[in-house]
Design a protein around this ligand. Structure first.
Ligand code: PAF
Length: 284
C-alpha cells in the first residue's frame, strides 16, 4: 500500500493506474477507522483495482471546537485497517495541502438538504463537508466514491455536489454497520463512557419503534411526539431531532406514502457525545 501527503504525489499514483486502465475507487474518511469504514474500503476493492483512502480530520466541518479537538486520532491503526480492507493508496494530507493558509469556506445552499436537521443543528457543517469533499474529489479524480448510509443527509448532499460538479463520478452508498447490540458504528463511540454507552442504545430502539408503527399503519406524528416526551424525561440524553423524511430531499414525510425512500432519522447528545442514526422504513 502506498502512502502520500501531497496532491502531486497522489496524482502520480492515479495517473499510473489510469495508464494501466485501472478503475479508481475513493473512500474519504476522517480516520479513526472502524469496521464501518473497513466495509466501505472492501466494497471499493471489489469494484476497483486502485482504492484510494483519504484520512483527513477536516477542521472546517466542525461547528464545535471541543468536538474537533477531541476527535480520535489513530493513524497507525488506520493504516493497518485500510491495508487489510484492500486500500492501495492512503492519502493523508496536512491542512495546508488542502486549504493553503485559508480556512474560510463558501456557504452551500442546497435548500432543505443543507438547511434542515444536520444543517440546522450544526451551522456551517455542510459548508465544510462540501468544501473538503470538492477538494478531495478534484485531487483523486476517481471513477467511484463510496459513502456510508450512517451519514444519510451527508450522502444526499454529496450526491447533489457530484451531480452538479463531478458528472462522471459514481456515488456508491454502502449499508450502515452496527455493533452487535444495535448501536450504529461511529468514530465518536469510543467517547461513550460508563452509562452513556447503554443509554445510547435508545436511539436504535426509537428507530425500530417508528418502523413498527409504520408497518402497523400507525400514526407517525403521535409516535414522534411520544418519543420526544420520553426523551425529555431522560437523564444524560439531549434529543436534537427525531423525524421521518424522504432520504433524498430530507423533506418530512408524515402522512405521505412510506416507500423505499422513507427513513426515520435521529440525532441526540448522549453523555456529551453527539450521535446520529437512521433506518429505512419500507416494510417487507
Ligand atoms: O464522513 C466523513 O467522515 C466526513 O464527513 C468526510 C466525508 C470524510 C469529509 O470530511
Amino acid at each position: 500500500m502506498n502512502r502520500c501527503t501531497k496532491i502531486n504525489e497522489l496524482k502520480r499514483f492515479i495517473h499510473a493506474s489510469r495508464a494501466e486502465d485501472k478503475r479508481v475507487g475513493f473512500v474519504p474518511t476522517m480516520g479513526a477507522l472502524h469496521p464501518g469504514h473497513a466495509s466501505l474500503i472492501e466494497k471499493a476493492a471489489q469494484a476497483c483495482e486502485e482504492v484510494v483512502v483519504s484520512i483527513f480530520v477536516n477542521p472546517t466541518q466542525f461547528n464545535n471546537r471541543e468536538d474537533f479537538e477531541t476527535y480520535p486520532l489513530t493513524i497507525d491503526k488506520d493504516l493497518e485497517v485500510a491495508q487489510q480492507a484492500g486500500a492501495t493508496v492512503v492519502f493523508a494530507p496536512h491542512v495546508e495541502e488542502l486549504y493553503g493558509g485559508d480556512l474560510a469556506v463558501a456557504p452551500v445552499d442546497y435548500g432543505q438538504l443543507t438547511l434542515a436537521y444536520e444543517g440546522q443543528k450544526r451551522l456551517g457543517h455542510f459548508d465544510g463537508v462540501v468544501a473538503v469533499v470538492r477538494k478531495l474529489f478534484s485531487a483523486v479524480e476517481a471513477d467511484a466514491a463510496f459513502f456510508g448510509k450512517k451519514d444519510l443527509q451527508q450522502l444526499a448532499v454529496i450526491r447533489r455536489l457530484a451531480k452538479e460538479e463531478f458528472m462522471g463520478l459514481e456515488i456508491v452508498d454502502c449499508p450502515l454497520i452496527r455493533e452487535s447490540d444495535g448501536l450504529a458504528m461511529s468514530s465518536r463511540n469510543v467517547r461513550l463512557v460508563g452509562e452513556s454507552r447503554q443509554t445510547a442504545l435508545i436511539l436504535y430502539c426509537w428507530l425500530n419503534r417508528i418502523k413498527k408503527e409504520v408497518c402497523n399503519q400507525g400514526d407517525i406524528p403521535t409516535t414522534l411526539r411520544a418519543i420526544e416526551s420520553e426523551a425529555a424525561e431522560m437523564e444524560g440524553l439531549e434529543l436534537e431531532y427525531i423525524d421521518v423524511v424522504n432520504g433524498s430531499s430530507f423533506r418530512p414525510l408524515h402522512d405521505g406514502p412510506v416507500d423505499s425512500e422513507a427513513f426515520a432519522i435521529v440525532a441526540a447528545e448522549v453523555g456529551g457525545v453527539r450521535l446520529i442514526d437512521n433506518c429505512a422504513l419500507a416494510c417487507s
